[in-house]
Design a protein. Structure first.
Length: 161
């Protein structure tokens, strides 16, 4: 009687995928790579104790923005500092940001940063804006009206409460 050879388990070939192969991703955009480089520089500066010049770095970054982002950034900076004087200004991925106890609470992303059609005022998970099960964490900005400025001031106050 012939002895049967043991079969190997787990050597089955998988079926070929019927899904068409998607185009390969190009990865990060030039703007995203630049933001990552800026963040790396910010971390190096912080490690060297570069806290003293953070406010001036934020103001320089805003001053370097093209119009109308520059005017909007200057106005937002003033509103945020007036609404929550305890927040410290710093750069975050090359964007003006405002932190409490070292954690970013809100930030301004100008439209030219990632070549978008509007600027953004964003809030991190450290902001106390929770309202039920769903709430906004960023706001598109095309221009600032007096009503918008008042709403932003109230949001920033609530975010740091």
């Amino acid at each position: 009687m012939a002895e049967k050879k043991p079969t190997k388990k787990g050597t089955q070939k998988s079926a070929k995928s019927t899904t068409p192969i998607a185009k390969a991703s190009k990865g990060f955009t030039d703007e995203e790579r630049e933001a990552m480089r800026e963040r790396a520089q910010e971390l190096k500066a912080a490690a060297r104790g570069g806290k003293a010049g953070e406010e001036s770095a934020v103001l320089e970054k805003i001053a370097a923005m093209p119009e109308p982002d520059r005017t909007m950034g200057q106005r937002l900076h003033a509103i945020i500092k007036a609404s929550a004087p305890g927040l410290s200004s710093r750069l975050w991925y090359g964007m003006p940001a405002y932190a409490k106890d070292g954690h970013v609470v809100c930030f301004f992303q100008n439209a030219q940063k990632f070549k978008t059609r509007y600027s953004t005022l964003g809030f991190s998970d450290k902001a106390n804006l929770d309202e039920g099960q769903m709430w906004p964490t960023s706001f598109a900005l095309k221009e600032l009206t007096a009503a918008d400025e008042a709403r932003i001031g109230a949001l920033v106050k609530k975010a740091v409460s």
